[in-house]
Design a protein around this ligand. Sequence first.
Ligand SMILES: [Cu+2]
Ligand SMILES: [Zn+2]
Length: 191
Amino acid sequence: MKKVLWVVLFMFFITACQETDQTSRTVDMYNSSGDMIGTVQLTEGDGGVDFKVELEGLDPGYHGIHVHEYPKCDQPDFTTAGSHFNPDGNEHGLMHPEGSHLGDLPNIEADPDGLVEAELMLPEATLMDGKKSLLDGEGTSLVIHEGQDDGVSQPGGESGARIVCGIIATDEKESAETPTDPTNFNEDQGE
Ligand SMILES: [Cu+2]
Ligand SMILES: [Zn+2]
């Protein structure tokens, strides 16, 4: 008897999870030419969101990376992603005394081959409900910059141009959807 109840409960649990999976997202990352260069796996962790970053084709060295406020990654400059995700109205920068934006992440480093494998964490952020949710409203986006984030300069740590973007969509399908093709986009504008 008891066993049956457990099975029923388990099935109910599985179904509930599938309807709204708010504990993980795989975000496809695209460069300004529209090429997918890797993924970032987001997982709800203890006291924050864990980011598993796997990318290729970046210039070797440090790059700023932030969660930005809108789930829009229009090529080539990704300005549609808006500013850094900042529900608390703080200053920018992990080293700023009045910081930081909720979306401020530590720099990632690409190796000499342009590969990035990193595990980052955003304390206080969540994928569940609330104003600190990366999935609040339609969602947010994850942006990588040309240069290093200095951790103090306003408004974005002087990290330079936005070179890679991925959508963190509330609707799970959109996080892994190819963005609109850039029409007649100049191929060698890669920098
Ligand atoms: Cu940014
Ligand atoms: Zn910021």
